[in-house]
Design a protein around this ligand. Structure first.
Ligand code: ADP
Ligand code: ZN
Length: 554
């Protein structure tokens, strides 16, 4: 797909320069464009800031007809339309909270012979809930004017994704109605299971997949213990490393945002807060101040950041534990879009884990706006959603408690990517810290964990297996009578986090497989561990598992 010999190559190059003002293409942009223009269904995983928009806006410009773009947020859509109109590309959007007459006008334009729009943006609700829109699309399709369907933020389709949005699941109807219209699905965050979910739900056929490394070499990662002096620590960190530079501080609750912002203001930082209970005008006021560099620092919940295109964010601080590794990676990804060195610091305490867990179970945690609609839905079984969320949170905890492995490696493994930690070049706290490490043979522990997965019937999640191995008597353990299993508490002598590292290693090595389980009628999901018999024999045939530990640990 990277070839230059397509009939549209010249036109691409010219318009990329002339209309979009780019001198060249970024990695995978040309390839994605060639694949979608050849008529294939395409799935694109590209990190935030990688340049996904161009991969459909440029084809939209040079293809005959209209490109339909489904995007989760009106504010994102408005931002895109503004940019398109600035570049003289005619585009429009339809959303439920628009004046009826305005909607009618746009729909009327769609039926005209000389429809001026090159792109039409809609929210997923519009597709799923408006027959009127579907009829207009059918009409466009009939007149061979429906060029392409783009699903932006496609991970919202999946309950595995951290922004699950029920209406996205209904988008499969598009492929059913328009089987020959190419679909382009785009996302910045997707694990292998999310990708499978998306491809299936959208009904993509023989889809071409582009995935780019999620490693962001210019971001420096660290996890710092969170103490009572956390606010002083943050002030000091910014003063010493990023004074007068731009940054985001992610906080757990609305109150935290206001508290942290107030404190930093007192310390003399140009700082404001941003969260979901502010009214829209307040929010856009803050966002505006920030875009114009009138304030440097925003203390925000995850409600902030979607569609934020500020290239020079020099630091992202997490004042509390994020709720998943995917979410964490994406939030950090808002730093350093210009490629310059930027810091990502996470303040971790175990008590925050308890707090987040409680908030998740109460449904009181603020969602990223993409996931809105999530709580309103009665389609999902809240029990298993809770399980998925708790599992995601547990992984975040073990990320924080891991003080040995490269942070990049730990994140990338989560996205199914292999990463050689020597290429981190000491840009994370763990790689920086570990100059002396010893290698320890953990094969026996690994065998026990595999055995335990088998003993409990290959029906349980990794966090459950770890609980049993460490000797927990939790409700879940007792309910399944796992305190009576012979390996219950066999790992209680191990240092905290050690068993979980070994278990994760087994998953990375494909000896244990994490299987997505669609458990019931509602299609809810959870993950269970199974033993990969093909690989497990290596373990018992003398293949050793060696992990590195800081040299102080015996
Ligand atoms: P994503 O949606 O993947 O996060 P965007 O499409 O918003 O990324 O693009 C991020 C930024 O990169 C935008 O400011 C865009 O103008 C710029 N950009 C995209 N493609 C190119 C390119 N080929 N050359 C230079 N800049 C580009
Ligand atoms: Zn590292």
């Amino acid at each position: 797909w990277s070839s230059h010999d397509f009939s549209w190559t010249k036109e691409l190059e010219v318009n990329n320069k002339k209309v979009f003002g780019n001198h060249s293409f970024r990695p995978n942009q040309r390839e994605v464009i060639n694949a979608t223009m050849s008529g294939c269904d395409v799935f694109v995983l590209m990190p935030t800031g990688g340049g996904k928009s161009l991969t459909y806006q440029l084809p939209a410009l040079i293809c005959h007809g209209i490109t339909l773009v489904i995007s989760p947020l009106v504010s994102l859509i408005q931002d895109q339309i503004m940019h398109l109109l600035q570049a003289n590309i005619p585009a429009a959007y339809l959303s439920a909270n628009m004046e009826w007459t305005e909607q009618q006008e746009i729909l009327r334009e769609l039926t005209s012979d000389y429809c001026k729009y090159k792109l039409l943006y809609v929210t997923p609700e519009k597709v799923v809930k408006s027959d009127n829109l579907l009829r207009h699309l059918e009409n466009l399709h009939f007149r061979e004017l429906l060029a392409r369907i783009v699903i932006d933020e496609a991970h919202c389709v999946s309950q595995w994704g951290h922004d699950f949005r029920p209406d996205y699941q209904g988008l499969g109807i598009l492929k059913q109605k328009f089987p020959n219209t190419p679909v382009l699905a785009l996302t910045a965050t997707a694990t292998a299971s999310v990708k499978e979910d998306v491809v299936q739900a959208l009904g993509l056929v023989n889809c071409v997949v582009f995935r780019q490394s999620f490693n962001r070499p210019n971001l420096w990662y660290s996890v710092v213990p969170k103490t009572k002096k956390c606010l002083e620590d943050i002030d000091k960190f910014i003063r010493e490393n990023h004074f007068d530079e731009c940054g985001i501080i992610y906080c757990l609750s609305r109150m935290d945002c206001e508290k942290v912002a107030g404190n930093l203001q007192e310390c003399g930082h140009k700082c404001a807060f941003y969260h979901g209970s502010m009214d829209p005008s307040q929010r856009s006021f803050v966002q505006n101040q920030w875009s114009k560099d009138e304030i440097n620092i925003i203390c925000a919940t995850v409600a902030f950041g979607m569609g934020i295109n500020k290239p020079d964010v020099r630091f992202v601080i997490h004042h509390s534990l994020p709720k998943s590794i995917e979410g964490y990676h994406q939030e950090c990804g808002r730093a350093g879009r210009d490629g310059q060195r930027s810091s990502c610091v996470l303040y971790y305490s175990y008590s925050d884990y308890i707090r987040v867990k409680h908030m998740i179970s109460q449904g009181s945690i603020e969602q990223s706006p993409m996931a809105s609609g999530y709580n309103r839905s009665n389609m999902i079984n809240p029990g298993s959603i809770l399980e998925t969320n708790t599992e995601n949170l547990m992984r975040m905890v073990s990320y924080c408690e891991n003080d040995v492995d490269c942070r990049r490696l730990l994140q990338l493994v989560h996205f199914g990517e292999k990463f050689n930690s020597s290429t981190c070049h000491k840009t994370c706290d763990n790689c920086l810290k570990i100059t002396n490490f010893i290698e320890k043979d953990v094969t026996e522990i690994a065998k026990q964990l595999v055995e335990l997965v088998k003993l409990t019937g290959q029906r349980f999640s990794s966090s459950h297996i770890l609980e049993v191995y460490r000797g927990s008597f939790s409700q879940m353990v007792k309910k399944n009578r796992h305190e009576t299993v012979s390996l219950h508490a066999a790992g209680k002598h191990l240092a905290k986090g050690e068993a979980s590292r070994i278990l994760h290693h087994l998953v990375v090595e494909d000896i244990l497989v994490e299987e997505v389980k669609k458990s019931d009628f509602y299609g809810s999901v959870s993950s269970i561990l199974k033993v990969n018999e093909l690989k497990v024999c290596n373990l018992f045939a003398g293949h050793k598992i060696i992990l590195r530990f800081p040299s102080s640990v015996k």
